[in-house]
Ligand binder design. Structure first.
Ligand code: SF4
Length: 620
């Protein structure tokens, strides 16, 4: 090692020590340390990974394992400006493909590459929570929405001129999005305000009401309200709190799952932007009920632009004695910290979220034990969605009976929906459970609808003859996403996009999910190019069933849904595509398969070979 290298190494080590000191050496903050290093050096070099491991007293393998798990961390340079273009289904519908092309033209490289001077890197990513204002992109955590060709040209010129990313934002969004500490081109698009969320809330009132009730009564009130988890699973919230309180431990945790990564979902983004005090107070009420002192908001990496703002809200709440030691002058102490993800959909699964919050790879745990007995740092933990905490705060304030008056007997209260796709008014709708899809389509201005995806890709794709079905736990359950597809949409391309999303986001732990989804995609592609047969549809159904039954967590268990629900509800689209003249067609084409090796060996491919004869599958 020469003198210069030793100096560089020492300099890098000092910076890393400084970053680690900021989190007081807390190993559960490994992800925050990696995020900071990525942001500083635009990649995580082997040297940086080694230094972090040494300074945090962790094995190098562990640090590298975490560094390679998350989409926004990279071992290769991603450019001083890293552009992430969202290529989710709704982004593609809104023209993201043209935006990709515009960036490639202006920057002079392809997606997946970084310029030779390391100034600009181009990457694609899945849903960034802006489905109502696509095409949208992220550059170094700053959000740009409603992208156009002209806007790309301006932004690229700004990056080439070294301008700060925030200065490239042309017009700020509405509501709190325009605040200096958010500074985002994001619109809230709140179309329907209901009585629970997007209405007046005086900070401190829910906590005072909780303290008047007493902890056990708070749990009882939440049980009486019938509140069920709003993230999608729909577990009874009061019961969950009761189980956690009953678990033997000195320490318990309250975790708020703000990792909404399901394509089509963006309601938690708006709740956190406009009603953060309500959400944080709901967490404090839960802490009071289960006797927890610590709360963690796990914010998805795509929403990092909200972090400073949310930290300011927490500071204000501490100043007003709504958080921290001796809340409202009582003996109850509770505080909240924010942990930011780094781009991994699987972290929305509660046990993966806990692992990630502990500074590990976001891989789901085996269950039982469930988080209520063994969660964060193996202590009893409740994990609830953003919306669930907001609803709980209002229930404590207004009573279970008030909440029960809304919705249906089995699905009480309201639901915040993120509506996107082919309609006149995409955005946020706070509606009572029990509303039919047809009613929703009318209020959001959707006409000539082919299909509605309810609950995101892991939910169901329904056709017109099911539009009278109702949004509720006993019929069409949803974590919030409703995506509308007009008659002109190519449903199979949308299904393909969704399946690729699951393939990319699989954590890779178990075979059915890791390999099965790739096989499903291959079968779908075969059908899409016109080489599919009726047997392929049957194979998809069988394999889909197997993947659902044998995958370890919810991601794998729901990943075949885009295919299975469209095969069930749009059979004719598949039937039109498959070959009726044959029972079986091999997907393997020998001539095509050997072309690369022939070119490499400088041999002429034998185009006379009949691949169907070679593998014995010549059709009759
Ligand atoms: Fe990971 Fe998929 Fe298995 Fe879940 S089902 S543990 S995401 S591989």
């Amino acid at each position: 090692m020469n003198e210069r290298t030793i100096l560089d190494l020492n300099e890098t080590r000092n910076v890393i020590i400084e970053i680690i000191d900021q989190v007081r050496g807390d190993r559960t903050q490994l992800l925050a340390v990696l995020r900071e290093c990525q942001s500083r050096w635009r990649h995580l070099s082997p040297q940086v990974i080694t230094l972090i491991a040494e300074e945090m007293d962790l094995s190098r393998v562990h640090v590298e394992g975490v560094a390679t798990f998350y989409h926004f961390l990279s071992r290769t340079h991603r450019g001083n400006y890293t552009v992430y273009v969202n290529t989710s289904a709704t982004a593609e519908m809104a023209g993201s493909h043209a935006i990709v092309k515009a960036f490639e033209r202006e920057v002079g490289i392809s997606f997946g590459e970084t310029t030779s001077d390391r100034q600009i890197g181009l990457r694609t990513t899945s849903c960034i929570g802006m489905c109502d204002q696509e095409p949208a992109i992220l550059i170094n955590d700053v959000v740009f929405t409603r992208m156009t060709d002209a806007k790309v040209t301006k932004i690229v010129a700004g990056m080439k001129a070294n301008r700060p990313v925030r200065d490239l934002v042309e017009s700020l969004g509405d509501g709190k999005n325009a605040l200096e500490e958010i500074h985002a081109e994001v619109s809230n698009h709140i179309r329907v305000r209901g009585p629970v969320f997007f209405t007046d809330f005086e900070p401190g009132t829910a906590l005072k009401a909780a303290m008047n009730h007493g902890a056990l009564e708070v749990i009882d009130e939440v049980k009486q309200s019938g509140l069920r988890g709003r993230g999608g699973a729909g577990f009874d919230t009061g019961q969950k709190w009761g189980f956690c309180r009953a678990a033997e431990s000195e320490t318990r945790y309250v975790m708020c799952n703000a990792d909404e990564g399901e394509p089509g979902t963006f309601k938690d983004r708006v709740l956190l932007t406009e009603m953060p005090e309500l959400i944080f107070e709901g967490m404090a009420v839960a802490g009071y009920a289960i006797e927890a002192k610590h709360g963690i908001l796990y914010l998805r990496g795509e929403y990092a632009y909200l972090k400073d703002y949310l930290e300011n809200v927490l500071t204000k709440m501490r100043q007003e004695h709504l958080l921290g030691r001796r809340i409202l002058g009582t003996r109850f102490s509770f505080d909240i910290q924010i942990k930011v993800g780094a781009g991994a959909y699987i972290c929305g699964e509660e046990s993966a979220l806990i692992e990630s919050a502990e500074g590990k790879r976001g891989q789901p745990r085996n269950r039982p034990p469930y988080p209520v007995t063994s969660g964060y740092l193996r202590r009893p933990t409740i994990v609830n969605n953003v919306e669930t905490f907001g609803a709980a705060a209002k229930i404590i304030l207004n009573g279970a009976a008030w909440f029960r008056k809304m919705g249906t007997p089995a699905s009480s209260g309201v639901k915040v929906l993120s509506v996107a796709g082919d309609c006149e008014r995409p955005g946020i709708y706070e509606v009572e459970w029990g509303m039919s899809i047809r009613e929703l389509l009318a209020i959001c201005g959707a006409k000539d609808v082919l299909a509605v995806q309810v609950g995101g890709p892991s939910g169901q794709c329904i056709s017109q003859n099911e539009f009278d079905r109702k949004l509720c736990f006993s019929d069409l359950s949803t974590g919030g996403a409703v995506t509308i597809f007009g008659q002109k949409r190519d449903l199979l391309s949308i299904v393909h996009n969704y399946m690729e999303f699951f393939e990319d986001e699989s954590c890779g732990f178990c075979v059915p999910c890791r390999t099965g989804n790739t096989l499903l995609i291959k079968a779908l592609e075969k059908i899409m190019v016109g080489n599919g047969t009726a047997a392929d549809i049957e194979n998809i159904k069988q394999l889909g069933k197997t993947i659902k039954a044998t995958s370890r967590c919810g991601l794998g268990q729901s990943s075949p849904h885009p295919l299975l629900s469209t095969i069930r509800n749009f059979t004719e689209i598949y039937q039109k595509k498959v070959r009726a003249d044959v029972d079986f067609l091999s997907q393997f084409d020998l001539k095509f398969a050997v072309i690369d090796s022939c070119v490499a060996a400088n041999r002429k491919p034998n185009l006379e070979i009949d691949s169907e004869v070679v593998d014995g599958t010549r059709p009759n």
